[in-house]
Write a protein that binds this ligand. Structure first.
Ligand SMILES: Cc1ncc(COP(=O)(O)O)c(C=O)c1O
Length: 491
């Protein structure tokens, strides 16, 4: 696009964009030039163009005048920089933040330190043109990186052909995906129910399990995390997430310590529950804590003994995130345990929201027509994105990359040898380091940011790293180097 088109949008080519605001022009000029130079350019603009409100979209004539002034005053080598910044965003950073603060329900802490606008593999670029290496993958949802030309093309084609089909109806994009995905699932997990978020899929897994066991009781793990929908949050341990909604005394939920078999045995033998759900590597709330090696198998045996269903929540761990050998797509595979139900999500849409409950035939058969339903579940866009993403993961041999980069990452962390690192934990590319306190973790994350690393959310005194699974050897080296530097800068 030329400069004028970046200021006065052509909606036929970019229906997703607006005209630029003057505030954004000012910001961009301020980013590209020093104070004196930018003051001169902006003075010219203000002299020749009447601007009533800096945050209004520029009109055609205002935009044209500004484009002419910029073309005249900006040296050729700087024009590209200006264009890139405008391509990233035609709206100013401050306005973006202010509108979020004004209109977004504050269900979580608003992250406004970095406003990402473009991605390239593991790198993201902000409205201010700063480039960060990302170690979060958007909660593990951007495992193939932050832009994807193949998915872009596939979604463009699909949206131009057929954009919406409800969950109940036969459709071709889902058929294509079924042909690919069923080959990747652990043996016996053959029945899929598509959803749009991890929490929603966890809710549906609970419904399916309850329909099968004909019991309400669910055993969930202390420090487990399963999402924010009503059912998923009820079985999520952190009371702060449940209490405001009256979900802190659900008589059907039984929390037990992670990695301890006896308390589970007690509940199963009492007949109070016949459903067990867990993350094999506890993420959000436990700072990437893997199950002890024998726990999952002992749990499987116990579930068999009491005819209970074992649900593995692999929303975060699935699709190679925790591989320790090539072709390990699931944490359950890593631990050699076969769940009755698996919940999958995040990564397999390649960034597009799509999740699923996957189960055995005999379990699925207890669901009858009318027991559930979904407008968007497994819609053609989601299935198209998932189809392309999963084939890409296979083609890129993503599990092998996880094995190699994980080894490099763990070795590198050990080699840093910082006295501040009290523990290194995790599996695959789901990594945590324990620092002396929560305050150290916040400072560490700030220092990482100064070193152009965008870290993952922390859990208490654990800093977590969840890089996109496509991360290269050089990028892991870069990350390790910056982690070492950030630790050295901590007081
Ligand atoms: C293990 C696990 N289950 C479920 C969820 C919920 O997923 P979503 O945020 O897509 O609802 C998450 C999200 O982080 C998760 O880590």
């Amino acid at each position: 696009m030329n400069l004028k088109e970046l200021i006065i949008n052509n909606p036929e080519r970019h229906p997703e964009r607006l005209n630029a605001t003057y505030e954004r022009i000012e910001e961009v000029i301020g980013l590209v030039f020093n104070k004196k130079e930018s003051a001169e350019v902006l003075k010219k603009c203000k002299e020749l163009v009447e601007i009533r409100n800096d945050r209004d979209e520029l009109t055609e004539s205002q935009g044209e005048k500004i484009a002419n002034i910029l073309t005249e005053f900006i040296p050729q080598d700087k024009i590209e920089e200006v264009k890139n910044l405008l391509m990233g965003a035609e709206i100013g950073t401050n306005e973006a933040i202010q509108l979020h603060e004004e209109f977004k329900i504050p269900v979580s802490h608003l992250e406004k330190d970095i406003v990402p606008v473009t991605g390239d593999g593991v790198w993201i670029t902000t409205t201010k043109g700063e480039r960060y290496l990302d170690l979060d993958s958007n909660y593990s949802a951007a495992n193939l990186g932050f832009k994807n030309d193949e998915i872009a093309l596939g979604l463009f084609n699909q949206a131009g052909q057929l954009i919406s089909v409800k969950e109940d109806r036969v459709q071709i994009p889902r058929t294509r995906f079924l042909k690919v995905i069923h080959q990747l699932m652990p043996e016996g997990l053959t029945q899929f129910y598509w959803q749009n978020s991890g929490g929603e899929a966890v809710d549906k897994a609970l419904k399916i399990a309850k329909a099968y066991t004909k019991q309400r009781g669910v055993i969930a793990m202390e420090n487990g995390f399963h999402g924010r929908t009503h059912g998923a949050v009820s079985i999520t341990y952190n009371k702060y997430y449940r209490e405001p909604f009256g979900l802190d005394h659900e008589e059907w939920v039984h929390f037990v310590p992670f990695n301890k078999i006896e308390p589970i045995k007690e509940i199963l033998s009492s007949g109070k529950a016949r459903i067990v759900i867990l993350e094999l590597i506890q993420g959000e709330e436990a700072g990437n804590t893997p199950a002890l090696p024998d726990f999952p198998r002992a749990l499987r045996e116990l579930c068999d003994k009491y005819n209970a269903l074992l649900i593995c929540d692999e929303v975060q761990t699935g699709f190679g995130r925790v591989a320790i050998r090539e072709d390990e797509w699931w944490a359950s595979q890593v631990y050699g345990v076969a769940p009755d139900i698996m919940v999958i999500g995040k990564s397999f849409g390649g960034g597009f929201p799509v999740t699923a409950v996957v189960t055995k035939k005999e379990v699925s058969e207890k669901m009858k027509p009318g027991y559930d339903g979904s407008t968007f579940g497994g819609n053609p866009m989601a299935m198209t994105s998932a189809f392309i993403a999963v084939r890409q993961m296979q083609r890129k041999n993503i599990t092998l990359n996880v094995v190699l980069r994980s080894k490099q990452f763990f070795e590198g962390l050990h080699n840093i040898g910082s006295p501040l690192i009290k523990e290194i934990r995790g599996l695959g590319l789901m990594i945590g380091i324990k620092l002396p306190s929560k305050e150290y973790v916040s400072q560490f994350q700030e220092e990482l940011k100064n070193c152009k690393i965008k870290s993952s959310l922390s859990t208490g005194n654990i800093a977590r790293f969840l890089p996109p699974l496509i991360i290269s050897e050089e990028e892991v080296d870069f990350a390790l180097n910056r982690i070492e530097l950030a630790l050295k800068r901590l007081k």
